[in-house]
Design a protein around this ligand. Sequence first.
Ligand code: ASP
Length: 498
Amino acid sequence: MTTRSIKKSNQHFQKAIHQLPLGVTSNFRYWGDEETIYIEDIAKHVGKEILLKGWINIRRDHGKLIFLDLRDATGRVQAVVLPNHEEAGKIASQVRPEWIIEVKGIVNERPEKMVKEGELNGTVEIEATEITVLSEAQTPPFELSEDTSEINEETRLKYRHLDLRTDRMQRNMKVRNQFIQHCRNYLLHNKFTEIETPLLTESTPEGSRDFVVPARLHPGKFYALPQSPQQYKQLLMVAGFERYFQLARCIRDEDLRADRGFEHTQIDIEMSFVNQNELLDVIEEMITRSVEEMGYIIKEKPFPRITYKEAMETYGEDKFDMRTEEEKEKGILAYAWVVDFPFFEKTNDGKWTFSHNPFSMPKEEHIDDLLAGKNIENIMTQQYDLVCNGFESGGGSIRSHRPDILKAVYKVMGFSEEETQERIGHMLDAFKYGVPPHGGIALGVERNIMNLTGESYLREVQAFPMTRGGQTSVMKAPKELTPEQLAELHLRVDNEKE
Ligand code: ASP
């Protein structure tokens, strides 16, 4: 493209964006001298010449006729190369699956016998007149036109960029995107502000091990990657934003399991001036609208709200599945809120620790006991979990905005005044300048998407997950640093010891 045409196309593009009402997208891929259309829009162009760009999914060579199934991010279409288009025929006989090509052709209606009812482009096909190869491709290490769940994990993740081309992975990423965008839209329409919080920070007490980052400018000191934005989001309440959300990356050095990775994303939310029921109502409405707009069916509305005690008595666990076998098959979503959790639990060495979140507020009637440090085992917290189809898909609490209550929590856990100040002094200090009553929640994006897609592994709904052994996909982390890097970071690796 010449500079002039780039300029021209940019102007064109900007004008187009400007004219588009919110939520309506353009049907055109590029605004250059020639318009390329998306495969999902082909049927609107019957009888016309169009330009397509995409991947060859399958090629069938019938001698005189060559069929190319083309794929782009929006769908599939069949192109046929007839013998009278010699040049195109020559190229079509050389191309292979996964090559990327540009096809100029006429959109024709399919003969009646060949119509595939109910399929995208089942009524049309392209008569290709010109083909240009944009990128050749080696034969992929595994079949991309099929489900790859049975393929060896290491291979799939080494070639994740190819695995992601398969239908199932494309669907999973798109469901994830849709769910996030629906929730974001809801929040933006309800006075929430999206704010990012730091990744290089101080350790937060979320109950897991931290990933740490050496600080070059501070020899011997380390940043921690956030296990969650818990303290920052509370500080944003102190800062007066009232309603915050963020698609927050949370990084925890935990043992890897089917539904747990080192990294996950949360729809992280905090609200001022709400009580527990008001907050649950807002989140419930966000989820209900989002999943129903995506075509899912919810088993029970409003979501049942049951206490932790009832959950344990009825289901034997606090993450339960209320669906019948038939409902499971239909992909129905069974949400429930679990409330009234014990605030503290015993550690192995007999001390008390928080069961969910040290920043939670005890139930009103248990505040006096907490302040007096008695009846610890009976203190309940204003903590809530969202359960869906057997997973904990979210959790949060109304927070202690009173410094005396927060201090009492740390006292119960055995911290001296100095140790408490060392850990959460910045929060206690911040609260001295006025803090609205507030509460929040975090919804695990991956766990929600696993429910929406029916996947059983977290890695199936993340673009570039880690292997079970904690190795990154495609790239080779973790790996050694060079001696120069280590020196700059004031680090020495002791290879001798385990
Ligand atoms: N910070 C909590 C978590 O990550 C969620 C919350 O209480 O908002 O689990």
